[in-house]
Ligand binder design. Structure first.
Ligand SMILES: [Zn+2]
Length: 276
């Protein structure tokens, strides 16, 4: 029995290792202990998606902003691009009409908490309250409940992922492209970082509350279009996912690795000056 189980165990370990991000992880992105300790269940958490076509998802966090989000919506409409907005409940309550417009124009709205706290350091009850209040605010503004969550700072424990998914049905959306636009490095830097890092299946993080990000978007979108990328919402990207080929390690371990979309964990050890 032991010998039958051993290869299976090894294979499972290999897959778990790959899933956890055995690919090179950017130095700035250090996974938390929780991330390493418990593998994510496939289908709940996404950094990027394995797709057959040139599909990517642009995501904008922390809004809506009274001045910048409408500008961005105008630009996206001119490009016929659908994006995903991870909104903060407090801001939704203040500007529900902007969120309503975004939803009406085909963009996806995701939950990004009520007031942007660090879920990794909170009680379940407080996390639950943050999520429900925002879920209700989005429902009030758009008529629809969100199905996606992006935890502030990307900070969430493996245990939280499981109960939140169970209770809210949310998929947890992180990212694989991070231009660090919240540090306001200037529009050219934001654009260049996005262009360098984006590949098919990427989930691109940025923020519609920083003027430089909005300034960067016209040329960023032009350049991404010129490279042949097609823009979809996060839920559409997930629906476009192709199955990761199942192979036994004895067959071709190298191929298994090649077939897996690199998925660097963006979950940084949360610190005070982060703004995701
Ligand atoms: Zn944020």
């Amino acid at each position: 029995m032991f010998f039958y189980r051993l290869p299976l165990f090894c294979f499972a370990t290999l897959i778990a290792t790959l899933w956890l991000g055995a690919e090179p992880t950017p130095a700035t992105h250090e996974a938390t202990h929780e991330e390493r300790a418990a593998p994510d269940e496939p289908g709940i958490t996404f950094n990027s998606v394995h797709v057959a076509g040139p599909y990517i998802a642009m995501t904008f966090d922390d809004g809506p902003s009274a001045t910048l989000t409408p500008k961005l919506l105008d630009l996206l409409a001119a490009h016929h691009i659908k994006a995903t907005f991870f909104v903060i409940g407090e801001n939704v309550a203040e500007h529900p009409e902007i969120v309503a417009r975004a939803a009406r124009e085909g963009h996806e709205i995701g939950n990004h908490s009520w007031s942007h706290p660090n879920f990794g350091k909170m009680s379940d009850e407080n996390v639950r309250r943050q999520l429900w209040r925002t879920d209700d605010a989005i429902k009030n503004a758009t008529g629809k409940r969100p199905t996606l969550l992006r935890p502030p700072y990307g900070s969430i424990t493996a245990r939280e992922k499981r109960w939140i998914h169970h209770e809210f049905g949310y998929q947890i959306i992180l990212w694989d492209v991070d231009p660090n636009d919240w540090k306001r490095p200037g529009p050219a830097v934001v654009r260049n970082r996005i262009l360098q890092e984006t590949r098919p299946g990427s989930i691109v993080l940025s923020h519609d509350i920083h003027p430089g990000t909005i300034e960067a978007m016209p040329s960023t979108l032009d350049a991404l279009e010129a490279k042949g990328f097609k823009f979809v919402t996060v839920s559409e990207l997930i629906r476009a996912a192709t199955a990761r080929p199942a192979r036994s390690p004895a067959e071709a371990p190298g191929n298994v690795r090649a077939a897996v979309t690199p998925s660097p964990s963006p979950t940084s050890a949360p610190s005070g000056d982060q703004a995701q």
